[in-house]
Design a protein. Structure first.
Length: 297
């Protein structure tokens, strides 16, 4: 199956995108939630070995298939590793029917003007070459919005679309993720500004280009429907952003056409100490609930 087949699945398939892309800064927390404390490993190599074991366990679970999971976002080190002797991205697509994406950002700069822009990505061109060679379909990059600052939000969206253009030039589909922090008092106002800024950039995209959007679940149901319906948007996915799985699912089910791309809400309840039977049962329960919320609209 080709990239055209993968694109068709991402445009119209039922399911959601699993976010398995915790990187250096967020890996200790992800392992801790999984029941692995920091005294279980020494140094980054051992830490990344353990997180790869966790991701492998998730990907190989009987519940983790293209019937429910449309795509999965990987961290660079996960792309570079193997599952059962196959590169992870190839294993995802060939064995599980899941479209592989790659997180490409290098983290966030300090807050300025109510937002946190992405750090420079000097190695992006080479990374995109490697991603293509590995069979990656698309990319993901995250910025953060901490206030309803018109100029700050404009700078976030400008940066996202500028880098998205490079990714499109490389033949990959970018997931643009300007996350609005769920705890801010002016979240709804920030979402108004963000929607309008994104729409401006979408209107300027050539007719042969499509992007995906990854957005915080909004305060007003169907707030992002104009973006979901835009002909330059392949799919709009939602991040859980710190909401519990139940609340994230409830909010998601109220937004027609939006599907999940959950990280912590997907792995909630999973533990290194669980038997394979209990692990698979918990993951199936999580996947089924997220799938149900994703197709509810």
């Amino acid at each position: 199956m080709s990239k055209e087949d993968q694109a068709a699945r991402m445009r119209t398939g039922d399911g959601f995108v699993a976010a398995l892309d915790q990187s250096g800064g967020s890996t200790p927390k992800a392992l801790r939630l999984y029941g692995i404390e920091e005294d279980r490993y020494s140094g980054e190599d051992e830490m990344f070995d353990l997180i790869h074991q966790m991701r492998t366990r998730i990907i190989k679970s009987p519940a983790f298939t293209g019937d429910r999971v449309l795509g999965a976002i990987l961290f660079e080190q996960t792309m570079d590793r193997e599952i059962d002797g196959k590169p992870t991205s190839a294993y995802l697509w060939e064995e599980r029917g899941v479209v592989p994406f790659l997180k490409v950002d290098k983290g966030l700069d300090d807050e300025t003007d109510g937002v946190r822009l992405m750090k420079p990505m000097p190695g992006l061109k080479d990374l995109l070459v490697r991603a293509n060679a590995a069979g990656i379909f698309g990319t993901k990059m995250r910025s953060v919005i901490d206030a309803a600052s018109p100029s700050g939000i404009a700078s976030v969206v400008d940066q996202q679309f500028a880098i998205a253009s490079e990714i499109l030039d490389a033949g990959l589909v970018p997931i643009i993720e300007p996350e609005v922090t769920i705890s801010i008092s002016d979240k709804a106002e920030a979402e108004d500004i963000l929607r309008d800024e994104i729409a401006k950039h979408l209107d300027k995209l050539p007719s042969n280009r499509e992007v995906m959007l990854k957005l915080t679940l909004p305060e007003t149901a169907n707030h992002y429907k104009p973006l979901i319906d835009h002909d330059r948007v392949m799919r709009v996915v939602a991040l859980s952003g710190g909401y519990s799985r139940d609340e994230a699912n409830d909010r998601l089910s109220q937004n027609a056409g939006m599907i999940a791309s959950f990280s912590r809400a997907l792995t909630e309840g999973l533990s290194d100490q669980q038997s394979d039977e209990d692990f698979d049962a918990q993951l199936k329960k999580s996947i089924d609930s997220i799938y149900k919320a994703s197709v509810a609209g």
